[in-house]
Design a protein around this ligand. Structure first.
Ligand SMILES: Cc1ncc(COP(=O)(O)O)c(C=O)c1O
Length: 386
């Protein structure tokens, strides 16, 4: 199908939004209002039937054996680390170019983040640097190499095949940070099934967002799902009173689960429109602007569409003058944030540092018209020529 047939039509002067939650809301508002009424009537604001419904739909969509809805993407990362029993002296390997939640989750679980550099093409964890960092940890006495958290930055799946190989060689577990990549695929398999445990976020601007905080943990093993359900409710058993292990309040509200369930019904159509928007960007920018490199077999979720531009501030200002919003994810790598400086490798993380100076995210959402994507490209290419 031609790109133009799949994207929505808008008037020529419609303002370009970076994300467009308003347009999306308009398509599901009557169904949501019906759901509010149902929730107000049954009154089970926590643990209502919407939670089971949402979890079942997440499994149905991805093929995961179990899904546990939780209070945020951050909780979805902390809780598996608690479930796996990590704590003091345990090294968890994470990329140095990610949202701060990945690092905070490791520290909140009591473990130590070990920062790995990224591949400059994909912006995702470099498996060769992972191997180097594991060797380094193995050469010390104070840390045990335990787990790796690959991050699917901007929605592009990490290199799970290579990372799994390295993890298997050293007996490491994998907890995927799929906060940005729900709806992505690798070798025909959905995000959420590419690692034994995957954490995703329902932050409103994510590909599958709620109307508040929320998240989910998708697992291959039902026993792990049961363990996470106990941890979600302060480590209690069936009576929900007595803690049989350490846990937290990790619950997702009925209202958020209702929103996510509703959005799952329109998700595939939205996913297709993101793919088409990305293909227009790809075609227009090929050979002129460095885009995130997508290898054969990968289908990004296109939570964000990000390019590298050397003279970023000037280019960004020109786009802004033309009414085109952009964003920077992220202008500070993890090891340069005050809270995590103590984990900075001696020689830094050169590719994380370079990416933080050069990345620029362009408007990306399912409610862009093809004309709007061309306008962004025209302005960007014009700004780069001057
Ligand atoms: C890569 C990454 N990890 C973790 C999170 C944390 O998710 P949340 O904001 O839902 O806690 C986010 C989202 O904000 C993220 O982008």
């Amino acid at each position: 199908m031609a790109a133009a047939e799949k994207m929505i039509d808008l008037p020529a002067d419609a303002p370009i939004q970076f994300f467009d939650l308003k347009a999306q809301q308009a398509t599901i508002r009557p169904a949501l209002e019906q759901r509010w009424t149902t929730i107000l009537d049954h009154g089970r604001y926590i643990g209502g039937p919407e939670v089971d419904e949402c979890e079942a739909k997440l499994c149905e969509f991805t093929g995961a054996a179990d899904a546990v809805a939780v209070g945020s993407g951050t909780q979805a990362l902390v809780m598996p680390l608690i479930a796996l029993g990590y704590g003091h002296g345990d090294a968890v390997f994470i990329p140095g170019f990610t949202y701060n939640a990945t690092a905070n989750a490791v520290l909140l679980a009591g473990a130590t983040p070990v920062l790995v550099d990224i591949d400059p093409g994909t912006f995702n964890m470099d498996p060769e640097d992972l191997e180097r960092k594991i060797q380094r940890v193995k050469g010390t006495r104070n840390l045990r190499a335990r787990a790796v958290i690959p991050v699917d930055l901007y929605g592009l799946p990490a290199n799970y095949t290579a990372i799994q190989e390295v993890a298997d060689a050293h007996g490491l577990r994998i907890v995927a940070d799929a906060a940005q990549s729900f709806g992505g695929k690798q070798e025909g398999k959905w995000i959420g099934t590419l690692a034994e445990i995957s954490a995703t976020s329902f932050y409103p601007t994510k590909t599958l967002g709620g109307y508040g905080d929320g998240g989910a943990i998708l697992v291959r093993d039902k026993e792990m799902g049961d363990l996470l359900r106990s941890i979600r409710w302060h480590g209690t058993g069936d009576n929900r009173k007595e803690s049989i292990r350490v846990g937290i309040n990790g619950r997702c509200d009925s209202i958020q689960c209702a929103v996510v369930s509703e959005k799952l019904d329109i998700f595939e159509a939205e996913r297709q429109r993101r793919i088409v928007a990305a293909s227009v960007y790809d075609q227009r920018l090929a050979g002129k602007v460095e885009t995130q490199s997508v290898k054969q077999g990968d289908e990004p979720a296109y939570g964000l569409y990000t390019v590298r531009v050397p003279d970023r501030d000037a280019v960004r200002a020109k786009l802004s003058e033309a009414g085109i919003p952009t964003a920077i994810y992220y202008d500070t790598p993890i090891h340069q944030m005050p809270a995590f400086e103590q984990f900075a490798p001696a020689r830094g993380l050169p590719e994380c540092e370079r990416a933080s100076r050069e990345v620029l995210s362009l408007p990306m959402h399912p409610y862009l018209s093809e004309d709007q994507v061309h306008r962004v490209c025209d302005t960007l290419l014009g700004a780069l020529q001057r």
